[in-house]
Unconditional design. Structure first.
Lengths: 158, 288
């Protein structure tokens, strides 16, 4: 039955098992940032427009501000922190740097996770497909052209 | 967010019991992409959020020669990623592919879109022209109602206290039937319709239109089944003359308001244009 007590959540984040306690009303975004300590995912609009909080749950991108932490019990969560490895940056991150696809950077983690969600399943997307896929991510300073170029470059390099 | 309890029942019976007990202080959650925004905005003061995704019937999706059955919690991506559903029901796919962005489509479903009952709900018009039926269950048992009777006002619907939408059933009307949905928005993606129109036509063995449905979004307090425009098509040769006439009639069957998205005249004009376009697209999809 429903209670307001904290919920014990066992999940896998970026391939590592994680266990934590969260209030039933805690969003996945708040749990990641404030409980697990992964602050890469950003809070923007809190209503599903901006995509700054995008993470992947079981391989599908979601706005983590619109997911309850309780819902990811037993699920696999991947965040921007899981993209680079000991060999260096992920090709998408490298391409964002080379194509100057960011200025203030607050939207960047969301764009990276979204773009990875596309390239993981579709290695050679058209420009139109990339633009459609990234419509749920907003950037208010760079504009989108360099971001699209970066994703196209990463697709070639992957 | 204000505190609430979270529960994820695994049977319809259990969900109905919790919702009945809490009344207005509990809400079912499928994708949560509307509900969590509404909670943050102060629309509800809830004791409990009832996650319905773990109930098997609400998460099942089946499509056979007779009908398509969509569990109320099935997210949009599962619908448009199914090649057979895409082939059989392109008018529904038109909507499933444009509700929010990819992130939203991972979670949001057609059941939730219907239960939110906004006049602009993109999937409601397509459901109406596909003659979809809403299968509901509550403490008094099961009942089914046509989707055109589901919404009763902006944000309100036929669900009684404790009742939940279990699934949507859409009849498969064969290869001489098809449908389409189009909306007008100022941006290319991620926006709320200024006006939207869904249409469907069934061509009889004599080559004439045997039945037709036209539904209008964002131009009244609920999505509207434009009955006169739909009936005007019956018995007609499918094509420009009949479609233009239906568009002109559909324009008279809506009651749009003027707001920041558009004026009354613009919305009525859009209804006419989109009616003709979606009828043409339905006919194209039927093919030779």
């Amino acid at each position: 039955m429903a209670t307001h007590e904290k919920i014990h959540i066992k999940t896998t984040i970026n391939g590592n098992p994680e266990e934590f306690l969260a209030d039933p009303h805690t969003s996945l975004l708040d749990a990641l940032r404030e409980i697990v300590g992964l602050t890469g995912s950003k809070e923007g609009c809190l209503d599903g427009n901006c995509g700054a909080c995008t993470v992947s749950v079981n391989g599908r991108i979601v706005d983590s501000c619109l997911v309850l932490a309780a819902e990811v019990d037993g699920q696999n969560v991947d965040t921007v922190e899981g993209m680079a490895n000991s060999d260096g940056l992920h090709p998408l991150q490298q391409a964002f740097l080379e194509e100057a696809a960011l200025q203030c950077g607050i939207c960047t983690p969301g764009f990276l996770v979204s773009a990875k969600g596309l390239l993981d399943n579709e290695p050679d997307p058209s420009e139109e497909r990339i633009r459609h896929w990234l419509a749920g991510n907003l950037c208010r300073c760079t504009g989108y052209n360099n971001i699209i170029k970066a994703v196209q470059k990463a697709a070639k390099n992957l | 967010m204000q505190p609430f309890a979270y529960t994820a029942p695994t049977t319809v019976k259990e969900a109905v019991e919790i919702l009945t007990k809490h009344g207005d202080k509990a809400r079912p959650m499928a994708g949560g992409t509307d509900l969590l925004v509404q909670i943050r905005g102060g629309k509800y003061n809830l004791d409990a959020v009832v996650d319905i995704k773990k109930i098997p019937e609400l998460n099942s999706l089946s499509n056979d020669s007779k009908s398509l059955n969509i569990g109320a919690a099935v997210p949009c991506h599962r619908i448009y990623e199914d090649p057979k559903i895409s082939e059989d029901f392109p008018g529904l796919i038109d909507a499933a592919e444009l509700i929010g962005g990819i992130q939203i489509q991972s979670r949001a479903g057609i059941g939730g879109n219907l239960c939110n009952s906004t006049p602009s709900g993109d999937s409601i018009g397509p459901l109406i022209v596909l003659s979809a039926v809403a299968n509901i269950e509550g403490s008094n048992g099961k009942r089914s109602i046509p989707v055109e009777d589901f919404c009763t006002g902006p944000g309100s619907n036929a669900l009684e206290n404790g009742e939940i939408l279990v699934s949507l059933s859409i009849p498969n009307q064969g290869s001489k039937f098809n449908s389409a949905y189009e909306r007008f928005i100022p941006r290319n993606e991620m926006d709320i319709a200024v006006a939207g129109v869904a249409s469907s036509i069934l061509i009889g063995s004599n080559g004439k239109i045997e039945s037709a449905r036209i539904a209008l979004a964002s131009v009244g307090p609920t999505p509207i089944l434009a009955k006169k425009a739909s009936e005007s098509l019956i018995g007609k040769e499918p094509g420009e003359a009949a479609f233009n006439e239906a568009g002109a009639i559909a324009k008279t069957e809506c009651s749009p308001i003027e707001d920041m998205r558009g004026t009354v005249d613009q919305r009525k004009h859009l209804v006419e244009v989109l009616t003709v376009r979606t009828l043409n697209k339905s006919l194209e999809r039927i093919g030779g």
